[in-house]
Ligand binder design. Structure first.
Ligand code: CU
Length: 163
């Protein structure tokens, strides 16, 4: 799996700590699992000032919780080189969505009324920032992901695969 190759060791440590914290919170619930590691797919994807993601493929398993951390390792401002990660539903065309999103500046390039087109999306971030989302993996299949900042999807896109 290529999903954890991107980040420095420090970052991974931080994320482990976060996971542990989450586990503690969940322990309040009755019947909470002692360790939810196998049920959580943790993915780190990194964007840069060159309009690139470091992953072109993200693989998870059906039924898993998915935790995606998007890190922007560049220096450029969010208004110039903003990145997000948007996972599209099946049947939604990357170019069509990208074109609609490009003019949706007021809603951070997530077009209003596109709820059914989008499985999950992160915040829009600039250089030096990190953002995380969690969601339940959709049914098995192959989905497209992209950065919906204007013009970025041509380079910043890939496949989100649920096995
Ligand atoms: Cu971008």
């Amino acid at each position: 799996l290529a999903i954890l190759t991107s980040c420095g060791g420090e970052k991974k440590e931080e994320q482990k700590k976060e996971t542990i914290k989450l586990g503690v919170q969940k322990a309040d619930e009755p019947k909470a699992e002692v360790s939810s590691d196998s049920n959580v797919a943790e993915i780190v994807i990194v964007g840069d000032d060159m309009m690139k993601f470091d992953l072109s493929e993200i693989k998870v398993k059906a039924g898993q919780k998915v935790k995606i951390t998007l890190r922007h390792k560049g220096k450029m401002d969010v208004n110039v080189m903003g990145h997000n990660l948007v996972i599209l539903n099946k049947g939604v065309d990357v170019a069509d969505f990208g074109a609609k999103a490009a003019v949706a500046r007021d809603t951070k390039y997530i077009p209003a009324g596109s709820e059914n087109d989008v499985i999950a999306h992160t915040d829009l971030i600039g250089g030096g920032q990190t953002t995380t989302i969690e969601f339940d993996a959709p049914e098995a299949g192959t989905y497209d992901f992209l950065c919906s900042f204007p013009g970025h999807y041509a380079l910043m896109k890939g496949k989100f695969i649920v096995e």
